[in-house]
Ligand binder design. Structure first.
Ligand SMILES: C[S@@+](CC[C@H](N)C(=O)[O-])C[C@H]1O[C@@H](n2cnc3c(N)ncnc32)[C@H](O)[C@@H]1O
Length: 302
C-alpha cells in the first residue's frame, strides 16, 4: 500500500462516512444503523448538520448510486451474519475489518466468537476511538495482518481460532486493494483451516469490465460511465489505496471451486435495489445503478 497522509485508513474512513450518512437518515428511512461510524469520520459534526439527503445528493454528484451501493453491501452482510448466527454458526472472521462495527452493532449471540483482522495501524486507531464499554467486546479478538506477506492461518491460529468450529468469513471491500496472489492464498489458507467444519465465505470484488467496458458496470443510461470509472479509481488512489485487482465472475467461481467452496449467490446493487430501498421509498432508477462491485456468498463442500 502506498504511503499517504491518510496513514492506511483512508478507505476505511470513506466507508464509515457512508455508514454515518445512512445512519442519520433516521429509523424510518435508513437501511442500516451504525451508531459508531461518526467516531471515525473527519468532520462528522458537519455531516450530521448537513443531514442525510444533502450528503447523499453531494455524493451522487460524484457518482450516482455510490452511497446506495456501499450501504447495500453493508446491509447484505448484516443480514447474512444475523441469519448465520441464528442458525448457530460459532465463529466469525472479519477480514480487513477497518472501521466496520458489525461485531458490536448487530444483536449477535454472545456465544459467537469474533476475529477482527486488519493492519495493526488501523485496528489501533479503531480501538482508540471506540467507547470502552462496547457491546460484545469480550467476544472479539483483534488480529494483526498484512495480507501481502503474512500467513492468515498462522495469525488466526495464534489468536485462538478453533478449527473444529463452524465459521463465517467476510472479505468486504478489500480484494481490490491487494494482489490476486494475496487473495488466492488467503482463500487457500481459509479452506485449509476450516476443512473440518462448515464454513461460509463472503467476498466482494470489482468487475474486470470496469476498465474494459465501463458501461457494463453501471445501469442503462448512467451518465459518463468511463469518466466515473476513472474518477472512483483516482479518488481511491489519492487516499493511498489504489485498486489493483479486478476479477471475472468465472475466475472467482473457479478460485472458490478449487478451494472446496461452491458459489451460492452473486449479486450487485442492481439485485438489491428494490429489496432494500423500495420499502423505504428510496429505490434508484436504472440510470443511477452502480454495479461495478459484486457480492458473493460461497459455502464449503464438506
Ligand atoms: C475499504 S476498507 C474496508 C473496511 C471494512 N471492511 C468496511 O467495509 O468498512 C479496506 C480495508 O482493507 C484493509 N487492508 C487493505 N490492504 C490490506 C493489507 N495488505 N493487509 C491487511 N488489511 C488490508 C484496510 O486496512 C482497510 O481496513
Amino acid at each position: 500500500m502506498a504511503n499517504s497522509i491518510f496513514t492506511k485508513d483512508g478507505t476505511a474512513q470513506g466507508v464509515a462516512k457512508q455508514r454515518l450518512i445512512e445512519t442519520i437518515a433516521g429509523p424510518k428511512k435508513r437501511i442500516i444503523n451504525d451508531p459508531y461510524a461518526d467516531k471515525f469520520v473527519v468532520g462528522s459534526g458537519v455531516i450530521k448538520l448537513m443531514g442525510h439527503r444533502l450528503n447523499v445528493w453531494l455524493t451522487s454528484k460524484l457518482a450516482p448510486g455510490f452511497h446506495e451501493h456501499l450501504i447495500s453491501r453493508t446491509r447484505f452482510i448484516d443480514d447474512l451474519i444475523e441469519k448465520s448466527a441464528k442458525e448457530g454458526i460459532e465463529q466469525y472472521v472479519i477480514l480487513g475489518a477497518g472501521y466496520d462495527s458489525r461485531a458490536n452493532r448487530l444483536n449477535l449471540t454472545p456465544s459467537l466468537k469474533i476475529f477482527e483482522v486488519d493492519q495493526p495501524e488501523v485496528s489501533d486507531i479503531k480501538l482508540s476511538k471506540l467507547p470502552k464499554d462496547l457491546p460484545n467486546l469480550e467476544n472479539i479478538t483483534y488480529v494483526n495482518i498484512d495480507f501481502s506477506y503474512q500467513s492468515l492461518s498462522e495469525q488466526l491460529l495464534t489468536a485462538g481460532f478453533d478449527q473444529t468450529k463452524s465459521t463465517i468469513i467476510t472479505l468486504e471491500g478489500v480484494s481490490q486493494y491487494i494482489t490476486k496472489e494475496a487473495v488466492i492464498s488467503t482463500i487457500q489458507e481459509l479452506s485449509l483451516i476450516t476443512k473440518d467444519a462448515r464454513s461460509i465465505f463472503f467476498m466482494s470484488y470489482v468487475d474486470e469490465l470496469l476498465n474494459k467496458d465501463p458501461s457494463a458496470c453501471f445501469g442503462k443510461g448512467y451518465p459518463n460511465p468511463s469518466k466515473k470509472a476513472n474518477l472512483i479509481q483516482t479518488l481511491s488512489a489519492k487516499v493511498g489505496e489504489p485498486w489493483i485487482s479486478f476479477y471475472r465472475d468465472e475466475e472467482i467461481e473457479s478460485i472458490l471451486e478449487e478451494n472446496g467452496y461452491s458459489m451460492k449467490e452473486n449479486v450487485t446493487l442492481e439485485d438489491l435495489n428494490s429489496l432494500y430501498f423500495s420499502p423505504v421509498g428510496r429505490a434508484l432508477p436504472e440510470n443511477k445503478i452502480f454495479k461495478l462491485e459484486h457480492f458473493i456468498v460461497a459455502e464449503s463442500r464438506l
